[in-house]
Design a protein around this ligand. Structure first.
Ligand SMILES: Nc1ncnc2c1ncn2[C@@H]1O[C@H](COP(=O)(O)OP(=O)(O)OP(=O)(O)O)[C@@H](O)[C@H]1O
Length: 221
């Protein structure tokens, strides 16, 4: 069962080095230097991107399509595999191999919505908007703005709980959404760290806002 907050761990391979982490998948336990931690699930070095998405992403996306807000975020030190898990190893490549949580989520969302629409083109309607922000040195930048992002800092509207003047783009398909994602990623600030040759220097937030309308008899929901 999915709780309000679920916590997962994923261990990446260390190219030949010995790891101090041990994974016990059935017990959802990770052991670090003999200290055991129990989480909602744990993924070892052999877990695939699909394995991670099925447990971490799919329930959130199912809820999102039904109108429940959801967030998936990755946390870890530089080089630990956040970008790999969220996006995949080569998000800008022409072939999307080993797609991470975000591309798989976008695919599932449009697949489900288009299926619903094809079943009932008269009574089911949907629209989706996408925003992509980065937080760098405590400032917020819009990754989907056409002009130079360094010139436009944005502000959080605390009362409204959103970001002022952020660009919201309409998306109608998986490929449109992926184009925006790739465009935004190219604008992110990257630099090398000792642990990662292509380290992201900021926190990135990719958001989708979905509106649906279903007509059943006289009821519109
Ligand atoms: N599960 C995995 N399987 C294979 N390779 C992985 C895995 N996780 C990460 N890697 C590889 O490890 C390297 C670092 O991963 P990644 O860039 O995702 O780290 P990160 O946590 O996003 O780092 P940063 O915070 O510095 O941006 C990349 O070359 C990535 O392809």
């Amino acid at each position: 069962m999915i709780e309000n907050v679920n916590v997962f761990a994923r261990v990446r391979s260390l190219s030949g080095e010995e790891s101090c982490l041990q994974i016990h998948h059935e017990l959802s336990r990770i052991t670090v230097n003999d200290k055991a931690y129990y989480l909602d699930d744990v993924f070892g070095e052999t877990a695939s991107q699909e394995d991670v998405f099925d447990i971490v992403g799919r329930p959130i996306i199912d809820g999102f399509i039904e109108g429940i807000n959801g967030t998936i975020f990755a946390y870890g030190q530089t080089g630990s595999g956040k970008t790999y898990t969220m996006l995949g190893p080569d998000i800008n490549g022409t072939e999307l191999n080993n797609a991470g949580i975000i591309p798989q989520a976008v695919d599932q969302i449009f697949d489900t919505l288009k299926g619903k629409f094809e079943q009932d083109p008269v009574f089911f309607k949907f629209s989706m908007k996408c925003t992509f922000l980065e937080i760098y040195n405590d400032e917020i930048y819009d990754l989907l703005r056409n002009e130079d992002i360094f010139s436009k800092k944005l502000e959080i509207r605390v009362c409204a709980g959103d970001v002022k003047n952020v660009e919201e783009k309409d998306v109608t398909s998986y490929s449109e959404c992926m184009e925006l994602l790739k465009r935004g990623i190219k604008k992110r600030k990257n630099a090398e760290t000792a642990m990662n040759s292509e380290s992201s220097r900021s926190h990135a937030i990719f958001m989708l806002k979905l509106s649906t309308e279903e007509i059943e008899g006289d009821n519109i929901s």
